[in-house]
Design a protein around this ligand. Structure first.
Ligand code: TA6
Length: 293
């Protein structure tokens, strides 16, 4: 690895997992090399934008509970393979740092790779190569590029499974999915029409919004802020909060932590899965921005 630019440093974090700390002029982010997992993002003068469980594991080969896990190449359970890891292998394998640069605006950009060889070495032979570019400044920009190295078309699902910190999820309102149909994973995968109102969370919520290509805003009256999640190259948005019982049932999730988080995920899943032609590349971009609100 070439000499890192000012504001970037590689270090050992919780559990001894290697991570890249990016302290830019207007914001800071931390990325764990396992899973190219953005574990922290905080614009200057703001509270952290991403939520991390106090009970999260930081162990080699185990998912991290919080931040932005990358789900790939399947979302949820793998069809026909009940023993395969939930949400795929990308989040549990070590990625390599390809480059770190500093922009003239004081932002920092880092690129991470999970090559097909690396996936094979990790026990998951695959023809799709992955690259995540993280740019941090006042906002956070995430570009997930998938490249088909094979001579045949290849299909995949992917998600930037972002966990957002909120003052109280019961007071939050999620705008931008009004009228969009969704698969309700709490109701036997039933397909439901979208509501005309912004989303409020008052019970376990696990919804896969299909054909959802627009930005979503999380309104947080308690912290007087809005988090805007904009995106490109993504047709699915997932909204998740485990609520009380599910939170208790997860060993890496604090019993009372459910009220302080909500997932709004930038994805291509289910009917929105992507098929890549040989040699083609697909890019999915999410931009996280905090606004006063
Ligand atoms: O994105 C929501 C979801 O698919 C939920 O069904 C829930 O399982 C969540 O992901 C967390 O999954 P994980 O494998 O990280 O426990």
């Amino acid at each position: 690895m070439e000499r890192l630019p000012d504001g970037a440093r590689l270090e050992r974090g919780p559990g001894g997992l290697e991570r890249l700390v990016l302290s830019a002029s207007d914001g800071e982010a931390i990325v764990t090399l396992q899973g190219a997992h953005v574990a922290h993002f905080q614009p200057k003068g703001e509270k952290p934008v991403l939520w991390m469980s106090s009970q999260s594991r930081f162990e080699s080969g185990k998912p991290i509970r919080g931040g932005v896990p990358i789900c790939f190449p399947w979302f949820g359970p793998k069809a026909g393979a009940p023993d395969a890891p939930l949400h795929g292998f990308a989040r549990i394998l070590p990625w390599s740092v390809a480059a770190v640069t500093r922009g003239s605006d004081g932002s920092l950009r880092a690129a991470f790779d999970l090559t097909a060889d690396a996936a094979a070495r990790g026990g998951f032979p695959h023809e799709l190569a992955l690259s995540l570019t993280v740019r941090v400044g006042r906002n956070l920009w995430l570009d997930l590029a998938v490249h088909n190295t094979d001579a045949a078309p290849r299909a995949f699902e992917a998600a930037l499974h972002s966990y957002f910190a909120v003052s109280d999820v019961r007071q939050a309102r999620i705008r931008g999915l009004e009228g969009t149909p969704y698969v309700d994973k709490t109701a036997g995968m039933a397909l439901k029409p979208g509501a005309s109102e912004p989303i409020t969370i008052a019970a376990e919520t696990d919804r896969v919004y299909l054909g959802a290509t627009g930005a979503v805003t999380i309104e947080d009256p308690g912290w007087r802020r809005r988090i805007v999640v904009a995106k490109v190259g993504s047709s699915t948005t997932v909204v998740w909060n485990p609520w009380i019982a599910k939170a208790k049932a997860m060993p890496d999730f604090g019993d009372d932590e459910w009220s302080g988080m909500v997932c709004v995920e930038t994805a291509n899943a289910m009917d929105d899965a992507v098929t890549l032609a040989p040699g083609a590349t697909h890019v999915m971009t999410a931009t996280l921005e905090v606004q006063a609100g």
